[in-house]
Structure formats: C-alpha cells, structure tokens
Design a protein around this ligand. Structure first.
Ligand code: SAM
Length: 366
C-alpha cells in the first residue's frame, strides 16, 4: 500500500501525517486526497451544501491588521454603514429564497451606538423571518456581555478567525497592541455564551510554514471548534504585509488552501467547513473545488453592489453582483455541477456542536 493510502486508512491522523498530506505535490495523489475528503464529507454530513447569505454591513474598523484592506489606516477606502432598510431588504430576499441563514460581518467596533445597531439588526432579522433565519456573527473581539447580548437577540453562531496559531507570526501580521492570547480568550468567551463557535486561519501567509498549518488544525480540535471558515491569504496593495510578498502565485496558493480544507475535513469529520469568498478570488472554479474536497457551507455575498468595492479585504475580491437573482442562479448551477444538493430552508448546523453540548436539533435546523 502507498504511504498515502496507509495514512488515509487511519482512524486518526498524527501531526506528522497532517504535515505529509499538506506537503503532497504529486497531482494524482492530491486528487486522491481530495476524493477521500469529499467521500468522507458525503458519508458524515450528507450531500447538502448549506447557504449563508453574507451581508458586510459596515467597513468601519478600529483595527490595523497588516494584511487587511479595510484596516483603519487605509485612507483610500470610503467608509460606510448600510442603512437598516438595506440590511432588511437583503435579509428578506435571503429568507424568501430559502437560504436558511445569514452571516452578519463588519469591521470591528465596540462603541455603545454600534452594539445597539447590531442588536437592532438581529431583532429585525428575526422578526421579518418569524424567527426562522439562522444568524452567524462575524464582528470581531467583543466582551462577554456583548456576546451574551447578541446571543439573546437571536444570533447562534459566531465566527472569529484566529488567523494563525503561531504567536510570532501573529505578532508579525498585526500591530503590537493585538495579541493571539486575547484572540483566543475571545473565542473562549464566544463558547461560554453558548454559540456554535467558528474559527479559521489565513493560508499561505508570508513566513508561514506547513508545520504552522498542521498546528492550526490541531488547535481547532483542542478548542472543540464547531465550524471552520478559513481561506487563502491574498495580498492587498494598500497594506504593509503586501510589501513582504514576493512572487505571489495564485495557483499554488489555491492548491495549498484546498489541501488545508481536505486535511481538516479528514481530521475533524463532523464540523462545518465553509468554501469562503477568497477561494473564488483566486480562481473562478475555486469555490466549487472547495465544495468537492471537504467544504459543506457556502456564503453568497449579498452586500449591495455600491458597497462592495469598499469591502475589499484583498485584491480581486469578487465584487460583481449584477443582480441577486442572476448570481444565485449561477451559483445553483455551480453547486449542481459538483454533484451536491442545496439544503434549502435549513440551518445546516454543525453536528459537532450537538455532540459537544448534548443539545438536540429542532426540525428547521436539521
Ligand atoms: N472584524 C471581524 C474580525 O476580525 O473577525 C470580521 C471582519 S474581517 C475583515 C474578516 C476576515 O477577513 C479576517 O478574519 C481575515 O482572516 C480575512 N482577511 C482580511 N484580509 C485578508 C487578506 N488580505 N487575505 C485573506 N483574508 C483576509
């Protein structure tokens, strides 16, 4: 039996196995890895892909992450916050199309006015959908009180990427006032508040090694993470980190990021894994490829077109949205081409969450 087959037949991968799989270069072996991860996804989680409509409701941010296009110091960006009515419109459309869930994402703020605005969004979304739209938050590091407050208002999943679990690398890609320790403590608060907890990393950061990525995957197991939203790092021209990038190779970056999904799926079979926007930024086929090597969630971007140019986290971020309907029709075809089905009107929650907490699902969540 080949070394690859021996590793793939194991019940549990070791750190060395993870490193071996992430280091694969041979095309047919990579295909074998992806097929294995895809079959495992279908076996454990079924054929469904779950939809989360992504609304990037504000790009105002107090942070200065060195990789991010909406960092506070980027004065080239026109700052916006969507009107409540615009958010409601996007949410209503999502609900009517049977998406099941929304993701509310923004830059990071913690002032009382912002916290209340988010609270109002949640209450409005719940009201317009008779409590049926599930909501994932992605609004950064907040206090336990805030996490509790938004949970009470109806959010039930929270995504906070740890970005990298290598403390030195974390420090290199952030200003000195950010800390990995604080990021991890925020994740702990999210779990304490009762959310399904999501995290993830950027893949292919300057200075990041395969060993770092293996440690990231092991971290997600140790933290009992329920959902994973990770993606390739893509340079943004107006950021300090961009200056350290030499010869960015989109093809290689995408392949590494796809391997990361496949290996994470094999290591953590019962978590939700998203095919995130950055996969689509590196190749038109990227998001579909992610769905065929372990991802089971997709987050169509519903931010109105007029704002998308100003939520450019990295270069080439898909910002088309000719019309919600036309783009959704295209996405339906893309999902069909992967051989999967869409889990309409379902929350599609992470089975890992129910195992971790012993909670049972209701019918809408199934
Ligand atoms: N402020 C919230 C937070 O920090 O969690 C949510 C918004 S933040 C813009 C969302 C994610 O975008 C980050 O966690 C980061 O991983 C990703 N991101 C930012 N810049 C990126 C880049 N250049 N390439 C890839 N991903 C990037």
């Amino acid at each position: 039996m080949s070394k690859l087959k021996t590793i793939l037949s194991k019940d549990k991968l070791s750190r060395q196995d993870i490193i071996y799989l992430l280091s694969l270069e041979n095309k047919s072996e990579i295909e074998e890895l992806f097929t294995h991860a895809n079959n495992l996804t279908k076996k454990v989680l079924g054929q469904n892909v779950y939809l989360r409509g992504l609304i990037e409701f504000s790009n105002i941010c107090n942070r200065n992450c060195k990789y991010c296009g909406i960092r506070k110091s980027n004065s080239e960006v026109e700052r916006y916050t969507m009107e409540m009515q615009e958010i409601q419109e996007a949410a209503r459309w999502t609900y009517q199309q049977g998406f099941g869930s929304l993701v509310l994402q923004s830059g990071e703020r913690s002032d009382p006015e912002f916290l209340k605005f988010v609270d109002n969004i949640l209450q409005n979304v719940k009201e317009l959908s008779n409590d049926r739209l599930g909501v994932t938050m992605s609004v950064g590091e907040q206090s336990l009180e805030t996490y509790n407050r938004w949970y009470e208002s109806g959010a039930h999943r929270y995504l906070l990427r740890v970005e990298t679990t290598n403390a030195d690398l974390y420090q290199k890609i952030h200003p000195s006032c950010h800390s990995l320790k604080e990021r991890i403590e925020a994740l702990d608060r999210i779990q304490k508040s009762g959310y399904q907890v999501g995290t993830g990393v950027m893949i292919g950061l300057p200075g990041q090694t395969i060993q770092d990525l293996a440690d990231d995957i092991i971290f997600m197991e140790e933290k009992d993470i329920d959902m994973i939203g990770m993606g390739p790092y893509i340079p943004h021209i107006n950021t300090p980190l961009n200056k350290t990038v030499k010869n960015f190779d989109a093809k290689k970056q995408l392949q590494l990021a796809l391997k990361m999904i496949a290996v994470t799926r094999i290591y953590l079979p019962d978590v939700n894994i998203a095919s995130t926007t950055a996969y689509g930024a590196l190749s038109e086929k990227g998001k579909g490829q992610a769905l065929q090597c372990g991802a089971n969630v997709i987050m169509p971007n519903l931010t109105p077109r007029k704002y998308q140019e100003n939520y450019k986290l990295y270069e080439n971020k898909p910002a088309f949205l000719a019309s919600y309907k036309r783009d959704f029709d295209k996405l339906k075809d893309e999902i069909k081409a992967t051989g999967k089905t869409i889990g309409f009107n379902k929350w599609g929650d992470s089975p890992h969450y129910f195992k971790r907490t012993g909670e049972s699902r209701n019918q809408f969540q199934a």
